[in-house]
Ligand binder design. Structure first.
Ligand SMILES: Cc1cc2nc3c(=O)[nH]c(=O)nc-3n(C[C@H](O)[C@H](O)[C@H](O)COP(=O)(O)OP(=O)(O)OC[C@H]3O[C@@H](n4cnc5c(N)ncnc54)[C@H](O)[C@@H]3O)c2cc1C
Length: 377
């Protein structure tokens, strides 16, 4: 944690994922957090996952996001890969030697998780694909393997999407576009153009049925992981802000007896509590469904998973925006301020884009229409 925290400013400045951060995660055993114990993993719960993401994000949101996205991919492998692929990958994931990146966004098509343009060609024993344009791949430069969405075959409809695992040495990878965003710079999420040929056994789940994988595994773990990351970053920032406000003789900032200050702090605290409570309840729901072997595909479950991402992305950003205002120009807005609110503000601005709330709000409204009994969580 100390290393990751002390590297946070450099990761942001240089827009790189410091290799030593990834090495520390690989050595920690945390890369196998959700991998079953029989493969050497920690077989932890959704609550453990969320708690770990929160802690990591309070040190460096970018590094936490890199880890969270890997955990989400590892859960997909554990729940959906065939025996051969599971036996091959899960022990390596648990040992920290297989870091997985996610390729779902596609150049031109955007972030619709449930469609794909680039198709696969089938031979007797392999699938091949070329020119898969992936404009944003978190940690792509460092990953050992990739889970890639592709159209199930060249004549398939765009919504018939397959998920394919490919290791780095099975791929031809060309970097496309520099990574120079406003925030989340330490995720090093540069673009890639991807071509490759892999054995059929590396198609994860049923061909053309990625939708099921997304609903049961990738969406639940992504929304829990991302929300936990955003919450962890915001609560870490709030902790630092309160410490600074309470410091005797601090220079600058608001008067501690100000009613306006109290109101701001109250609103921040309530927003963080709301996200935390909702995150816990969604972890409960996903864990219970998994224990009972129930599907998460029902509109009500999908609505709650979406609601978590939407609420966490908007409320946590609102809190850090208010923290910048509270700390003021020199201590909040300035890049030189020790509180690092400016970096966390830029980082959390990405939350509404990843995966775009502009897509998710209408989808969530449509789901609400399917639940006229309004069965609230
Ligand atoms: C930090 C970070 C890390 C990421 N890592 C990865 C990764 O590892 N792998 C990966 O595949 N992707 C990754 N992404 C990409 C991400 O999942 C989204 O695809 C991307 O952020 C969305 O891009 P977009 O804003 O162009 O939105 P898109 O959803 O592609 O939409 C395109 C445009 O249409 C608008 N729009 C969408 N819906 C509507 C609507 N209903 N009405 C009106 N306008 C609408 C949007 O506002 C946007 O301007 C990452 C993104 C971020 C920010």
């Amino acid at each position: 944690m100390t290393l990751i925290r002390s590297n946070a400013a450099r990761a942001d400045q240089e827009a790189i994922l410091p290799p030593e951060n990834l090495d520390a995660l690989r050595d920690s055993g945390l890369m196998g957090l959700l991998v079953p114990q029989k493969y050497g993993g920690l077989e932890a719960t959704m609550h453990d996952f969320a708690a770990t993401a929160r802690t990591l994000a309070s040190a460096c949101l970018s590094t936490a996001m890199v880890w969270t996205m890997h955990i989400s991919q590892s859960d997909v492998v554990a729940c959906w890969a065939g025996n051969e692929l599971r036996e091959n990958l899960l022990p390596r994931i648990a040992a920290g030697t297989e870091y997985l990146a996610s390729v779902t966004t596609e150049g031109g098509r955007g972030s619709d998780l449930f469609t794909a343009d680039t198709g696969v060609r089938h031979t007797a024993e392999h699938v091949e694909f070329s020119g898969r344009n992936a404009p944003v791949v978190t940690g792509g430069r460092h990953a050992d393997g990739f889970l890639i969405t592709l159209r199930a075959h060249n004549e398939a409809q765009p919504h018939e999407v397959s998920l394919v695992y490919a290791s780095r040495d099975q791929l031809s990878l060309t970097e496309s576009g520099a990574w120079n965003p406003m925030g989340m710079r330490g995720t090093e999420s540069g673009g890639l153009e991807i071509s490759g040929r892999v054995p059929l056994a590396q198609v994860v789940g049923e061909q053309g049925k990625f939708r099921d994988i997304a609903r049961e595994s990738m969406v639940p773990t992504s929304h829990i992981g991302w929300s936990a990351c955003w919450l962890g970053a915001a609560e870490g920032a709030f902790r630092e802000l309160l410490r600074w406000l309470r410091r005797p003789g601090r220079s600058g900032g608001p008067d501690l007896s100000s009613e306006l200050l109290y109101e701001r702090l109250g609103r921040i605290r309530v927003d963080l509590d709301l996200v935390s409570a909702y995150l816990h309840r969604v972890c409960d729901c996903v864990s219970a469904a998994r224990v009972r072997g129930e599907s998460l595909a029902a509109p009500k479950a999908q609505l709650r998973l979406n609601a978590l991402k939407l609420a966490a992305s908007e409320l946590t950003f609102r809190t850090v925006d208010s923290m910048v205002q509270t700390a003021g120009m020199s201590n909040g807005y300035s890049r030189a301020a020790p509180l690092a609110l400016e970096r966390i503000f830029r980082d959390l601005r990405s939350a509404r884009l990843n995966h775009s709330n502009d897509r998710m709000w209408p989808a969530t409204g449509a789901l609400a229409l399917l639940d006229p009994s309004i069965d609230l969580l």
